[in-house]
Ligand binder design. Structure first.
Ligand code: ADQ
Length: 468
């Protein structure tokens, strides 16, 4: 079997411990094959138009990293990926900014990176491209002459065609996507959206079994719901560090019930609605005042994108307003921590939380939902309140499923979670934990690679590949 080549915008850091489910999973995928190559952006912005790649080797894995210039970082990364693709794929056309120059820059970076990567490929290699930064990378590899298998996994949602077509460049993106042999999505819903988009807008023929004939090629599509390392989270939750950090919070909230939210600060995560729902809970159930504390952990991300600055201000205002209405001498209802924490600490906090609030307005999967489940005490588990618009809801139907736009319903779900009898909590948790353990990160990786291996041999001839 040839080498596995992974291409992702950000990679694990060469020479440093691989932290977080995805970094570990991809690292394992590479080492399991006895070595491979991980290609991506170095995270560096190089002012002097540094055009080459830096190679380093760890165990049998080679890292090949390229810098971006300031202009590329602005146009490709902040501009097109984060201001156009991210909002559109999360159903926020209102926040999208469409700028032809940004798209030009996005195609140039995909072309430059495609050329760099192509120079590193050998016959027999298998390429696995990740996420919305590299939608055109497959096409650029084809243009450079690569005929071997290329798989693609989209970590964020593929929206309904009616929304995706708002992207002024959607036709060119579709043409690029059709150069992958296998396209993997988080959910059945995303996969269906993609198939419908290709059929309705590009005359694709649905051949069944996830196969599509489009642009003179046959491509495969399937859902591969990403998972977590459930055993690791369960271990962290009871580890020395996990417990001691959780007990620091425990001293502050004392015997009060903990409602917990953990997210990157992003407008897709539904944070304002979540704070409002907690405020509504206190309005409607005043007996809870003094007996429940909501801790929201949300480190700022992408602070150089305007919509994120607005979000931070809104959250500060909402938390301040609810706290000023309800705080007492010895109780602050909402503790809002705008920073990240180590995974052990998060696991300890998950285990302590009576209710885990995971209520994104839209989300590819949402790994926090699965981590919350894996961290629970089987004898006395907490309750997961989960948005119907998180990809995770397709697998975690035993959670309390809510519409994150319905503030009253969310408040009632939190109340139900806080008052749920132990027997029901245990029964729901067993079902959730079974789903989380069965569909863990190892399964995701193995399923995707098995499907990619399967397409490896039987690719149809390629015709008419054009530049994006
Ligand atoms: P993200 O949008 O980043 O990922 P998510 O899946 O919820 O979202 O979280 C990723 C990881 O970040 C989790 O392991 C979580 O523990 C960690 N994390 C979140 N908040 C944190 C905090 N405050 N401190 C420390 N760690 C924190 C994208 C898609 C998701 C998809 C993933 C994986 O948007 O939908 O699930 O990729 O495919």
């Amino acid at each position: 079997m040839g080498r596995l080549i992974i291409a992702s915008n950000r990679t694990a850091t060469p020479g440093e411990p691989k932290a977080g489910g995805l970094a570990v999973a991809l690292w394992d995928a590479l080492t399991e094959r006895g070595g491979g190559l991980w290609f991506g952006w170095s995270g560096e912005i190089s002012e002097r138009e540094h055009r080459g790649i830096r190679l380093s080797t760890e165990d049998a894995v080679e890292f090949a990293l390229a810098d971006l210039t300031e202009r590329e970082h602005d146009g490709y990364y902040l501009g097109y990926a984060n201001r156009a693709l991210w909002p559109v794929c999360h159903y926020r056309i209102d926040l999208a900014r469409f700028d032809d120059e940004h798209f030009e820059c996005y195609t140039q970076v995909n072309r430059r990176f495609g050329g760099l990567l192509h120079g590193l490929l050998r016959p027999g290699d298998e390429v696995w491209v990740h996420d919305y930064h590299f939608l055109l990378l497959g096409q650029e590899l084809r243009n450079a002459g690569w005929r071997g298998p290329i798989g693609f996994f989209l970590h964020i949602p593929f929206p309904a065609p009616e929304v995706f077509t708002a992207l002024p460049q959607h036709q060119r993106i579709a043409r690029g996507l059709a150069e992958f042999d296998l396209l993997g999505f988080q959910t059945v819903r995303d996969t269906r959206n993609f198939v419908r988009y290709m059929v309705e807008h590009h005359d694709a023929t649905d051949l069944g079994d996830g196969r599509l004939e489009v642009f003179d090629r046959i491509i495969r599509t399937a859902a591969f719901p990403i998972g977590i390392d459930a055993a690791e989270i369960a271990y962290f939750a009871t580890s020395e560090n996990g417990r001691s950090d959780a007990s620091r919070l425990g001293k502050i909230i004392e015997s009060r019930a903990l409602v917990l939210g953990v997210d990157r600060m992003d407008y897709s995560k539904g944070l304002p609605q979540r704070l409002q729902a907690f405020g509504r809970l206190l309005d409607d159930h005043q007996d809870l005042c003094g007996h429940v504390t909501f801790v929201q952990i949300a480190p700022p991300s992408r602070e150089d994108v305007g919509a994120y600055q607005d979000l931070r201000e809104e959250l500060d205002r909402l938390a301040g307003s609810i706290n000023s209405s309800y705080s007492d001498l010895d109780w602050t209802p909402i503790r809002y921590l705008a920073r990240g924490y180590p995974r052990e600490t998060l696991a300890g906090l998950y285990r302590m939380a009576r209710v885990g609030l995971v209520t994104p307005l839209y989300d590819g999967m949402n790994l926090v939902a699965k981590e919350y489940v894996a961290a629970q005490d089987p004898e006395d588990p907490g309750v997961l309140v989960l948005s119907e618009f998180a990809g995770a809801a397709e697998q975690l139907g035993a959670a309390l499923i809510v519409n994150p736009y319905d503030i009253t319903a969310m408040a009632e779900a939190i109340h139900r979670g806080l008052t749920m009898p132990k027997e029901e909590r245990c029964a729901r948790w067993r079902e959730l934990n079974e789903a989380v353990t069965r569909g863990d990160i190892g399964r995701w990786r193995r399923d995707f690679l098995a499907a990619l291996d399967a397409v490896g041999g039987g690719r149809p001839p390629l015709r008419g590949i054009r530049s994006a």
